[in-house]
Design a protein around this ligand. Structure first.
Ligand code: ADP
Ligand code: MG
Length: 615
């Protein structure tokens, strides 16, 4: 036999091992969860490899299972599985470099926190390397399920590196031996390990034997009858499949026979990991066929925007032998996706109906996903629209409204649904755009999320009602105007203002929508609304946008406008200054004022005139 080959770990692994080995993390027991989950993954991979039936496997009659053996004398824990095993190359790649997504997330957080927070280990799980929390020497003996591959032994005493050498007479699978550190001897005790296995690994799909006694309940929870499952069992199962330490927020357990036979158990977590700076998450729903795992974290099983959902889908109608690549774009998969998505959306709508407060908490965390869905998932657009919630001029403070509720409250003469992009309720209610709606008693949805306006534009209508931006709505005040400028006077004044303001505005016209404001700026048709433009600017995203042409509307009933028309004849210079100031005021109201300093000079001069007149 050849000499053992010595290798060094990838730099990140060395660093990781350093943290793991010296960690004061108290829940060292999570190593059991990590190693058993690897063993279970290996068993599932084996089952999948065998069910594909393409070519013979090693030891085909040996059932996949996991065995834990303890030796109190020698202070060792040995975890053996009859899974897919690893070749020499696998050993070097899998146990010498970082591939594990959890480990990557761990590093990311570590970099952000700039300190080795050992509690992070428990939060993410550092996979295989967690073995070094309790062991100062780890041996991995493994043999691949490919019949022509021989066995190998991998060994490491920590950060310095590892050796790999051939090992004769190994059965298929992997045997990991942990030589426990002095302070970790407790893990060689049966009752200690048994509790830990039950806590973390009770739902593993393969038998786990501890000193030849089976300790887990091997069961596919999703195939059991709902009425026989306790909340506690659901929670444990969620924590197991969802890799979460929290409780789920929602859970949907259902089974149907047509058009496809499906058993699904889906969960929504409490927190949105993407909003916590983790980057785009991977799909977290595992696909089974008659309890056999076909694809963990199945891509294409749910639309991408539902990537926050976790759980299990089992369908008898899937052919076991199909390869994962072909599965992803098969018509069957499309069908499955459509059926499950529709069912899940229906479930959310029911939950929203049942408990609005609970739904609000969900919405707060996950609304961005719904909006992404509305923009990308055309087939489900209307159903998603039903799930949207907004603040509105009619909503109780702190409560939101749905589009359906809005429609139910619409006035008899109201034909469209109105929305206003704004910063908060106060600025929405004091916006000049809102005045006509208040006077007519029409409800306006207040949108605070920059994504909302895109959503409304894409949706365009809901239940045959057009969705219209309050800034663009073509509405007149209820009552015919009585006071103020005549039509003729208004026309003359608007003409004069246009000459005065020249290029600063596009068109100047008389407004039928203003009550309290003398003027308002309106974006040209088809342009995004002024507030949206402002939000884009705040996000630093307006760089590529062409300058936005704006129209100025004047309120012929407003005393300032009436006086301005008189002043024009007596003091054109002052009237000009007032006009420019009115435009700046409108820009401020629209949130489009870029540099107010230039304005202050004029304002001071105007104040001078006011004080002069009062002398
Ligand atoms: P993860 O399980 O998230 O991929 P780990 O650090 O736990 O990360 O494991 C790294 C890799 O090592 C696994 O992806 C797998 O390829 C391999 N591996 C670990 N344990 C086993 C095992 N018992 N049998 C086969 N492969 C294993
Ligand atoms: Mg793992």
């Amino acid at each position: 036999m050849s000499e053992p080959q010595t290798h060094t770990f990838q730099a990140e692994i060395q660093q990781l091992l350093d943290i793991v080995i010296h960690s004061v993390y108290t829940d060292k027991e999570v190593f059991v969860r990590e190693l058993i989950s690897n063993a279970a993954d290996a068993c599932e991979k084996f089952r999948f490899r065998q069910s594909g039936g393409e070519s013979p496997v090693l030891d085909p009659d040996v059932e996949p299972l996991i065995a834990v053996a303890l030796d109190e004398e020698a202070n060792t824990v040995t975890i053996t599985d009859t899974g897919i095993g690893m070749t020499e190359a696998d050993l070097a790649a899998n146990l010498g470099t970082i591939a594990h997504s959890g480990t990557k997330a761990f590093f990311q957080q570590l970099a952000e926190q700039k300190k080795a927070g050992s509690n992070l280990i428990g939060q993410f799980g550092v996979g295989f390397y967690s073995a070094f929390m309790v062991a100062d020497r780890v041996t991995v003996e493994s043999r691949s399920s490919e019949p022509e591959e021989g066995g190998h032994k991998w060994e490491s005493q920590g950060a310095a590196g590892y050796t790999i050498e051939p090992a004769a007479d190994l059965p298929r699978g992997t045997r990991i031996t942990l030589h426990l550190k002095e302070d970790a001897k407790e893990f060689a005790k049966e009752h200690r390990i048994e509790t830990v296995i039950k806590r973390y690994s009770n739902f593993v799909q393969f038998p786990i034997r501890l000193n030849d006694k089976q300790v887990n309940t091997v069961q596919a929870l999703w195939t059991r009858n709902k009425s026989e499952i306790t909340d506690e069992e659901y929670k444990e199962f969620y924590q197991f499949v969802g890799h979460d330490f929290d409780e789920p927020q929602y859970r949907l357990h259902y089974s149907v026979d047509a058009p496809l036979a499906i058993q699904a158990l889906l969960f929504v977590p409490k927190r949105n990991m993407e909003s916590m700076g983790f980057g785009k998450s991977d799909p977290e729903v595992n696909l089974y066929c008659r309890k056999v795992l076909i694809e963990p974290k199945a891509k294409g099983l749910l639309p991408e925007w539902l990537r926050f959902v976790r759980g299990v889908v089992d369908s008898e109608d899937l052919p076991l032998s199909i390869s994962r690549e072909r599965m992803q774009d098969s018509a069957l998969m499309e069908k499955l996706k459509s059926v499950i998505t529709k069912r899940f959306l229906k479930y959310l709508a029911e939950e929203a109906e049942k408990d609005a407060e609970k739904y609000a908490a969900f919405y707060k965390e996950f609304h961005r996903f719904l909006k992404e869905g509305l923009l990308t998932d055309y087939a489900n657009q209307d159903t998603i629209a039903k799930l949207l919630r907004f603040d509105s001029s009619f909503a109780e403070k702190g409560k939101t409204t749905s589009l359906d509720d809005y429609i139910a409250r619409m006035k008899d003469d109201q034909k469209e649904i109105y929305y206003l992009t704004t910063y908060n309720r106060e600025s929405g209610e004091s916006a000049p755009y809102y005045e006509v709606f208040r006077s007519r008693g029409y409800e306006v949805l207040f949108l605070y999320d920059p994504a909302d306006e895109f959503v409304m534009e894409r949706l365009a209508d809901y239940n045959e009602k057009k969705l219209v931006s309050a800034e663009k709505a073509d509405l007149k005040l209820d009552d015919e105007q009585t006071e103020g400028l005549s039509e003729e006077q208004s026309k003359e004044l608007t003409g004069w203002i246009k000459t005065r303001l020249d290029q600063s505005v596009d068109e100047v016209r008389t407004s039928n929508r203003l009550v309290d404001s003398p003027v308002v700026l309106l974006a040209k048709d088809k342009e995004m609304t002024a507030t949206m433009r402002q939000m884009m600017r705040n996000l630093g995203r307006d760089g590529d946008l062409p300058p936005m042409p704006m129209d100025l509307e004047i309120n012929p009933r407003h005393p300032v406008i009436v006086k301005l028309n008189e002043l024009r004849a007596t003091d054109e210079g002052l009237a000009g200054q007032v006009t420019e100031q009115l435009l700046d005021n409108a820009l401020i109201m629209a949130g489009l004022m870029e540099d107010p300093r230039a304005m202050v000079k004029r304002l001071n001069s105007l104040l001078g005139s006011v004080l002069e007149a009062k002398r």
